[in-house]
Design a binder for this molecule. Sequence first.
Ligand code: PGA
Length: 254
Amino acid sequence: MPERTPYVAGNWKMWGSQAEARDLVAAIAPRVPAPAEVETAVCAPFTALATALEAAQGTDLAVLAQNMHQAQGGAFTGEVSAPMLTELGVQGVVLGHSERRQFFGETDRALQEKVPAALEAGLRPILCVGETEEENEAGETQRKLRQQVQEDLNGLAPQHLAEVVIAYEPIWAIGTGKTATAEQAQEACAFVRALVGDKSKEAAAAVRILYGGSVKPANAAGLMAQEDIDGALVGGASLEAESFLAIVEAAKGG
Ligand code: PGA
């Protein structure tokens, strides 16, 4: 089985003035490990990308966006395309975060186009999937994950599957302080890997699958020690340098 390099990304969401972005990146970037050990990234709002990139220059911290449009350009007021992001130097993009699905109408149909559009432009996508609390309680987690993984990755040739990072984020665990247990998270991430395996066995062995949802320094090591959890997508705990770096440190043992 190929060695999968751990990946830890901080999702700032709608946080980060220029000054805040500069200070946080300046505190984190010089202290991240080499990417061969743990790959690290921060996902900044569009307005803070240039500042974050400048502050991260010459370090191993990648800077990612939190959304993009699937088209290269055109009459899509308020949207930003993949080539616009790569021109800035952005290295990747979060796609299908549950907040975008829930509050901004992001659909699996659009994601089917966004994932290949990101890769074609040279951006690494972090595709988020996960079930709601009701779906979880109704025993619908696997059905939901199957639908999202199959539909969102449908536009991708099998040889490109492993270039995507997938984040399993149970919606009931995001920003709530309720983390999935390491066993629950492992079970779901193993299921996501099996779904990728239905498309390509090689890609399933190589694809990085992250857990997200109330990841903190105290629970990070236990989650990332699980066989099918290759890292973390961190919200709240990524807004403070020491807690983000503690989670990155925990990934080394995963
Ligand atoms: P959280 O957010 O760590 O604050 O729960 C995770 C996410 O939404 O990616």
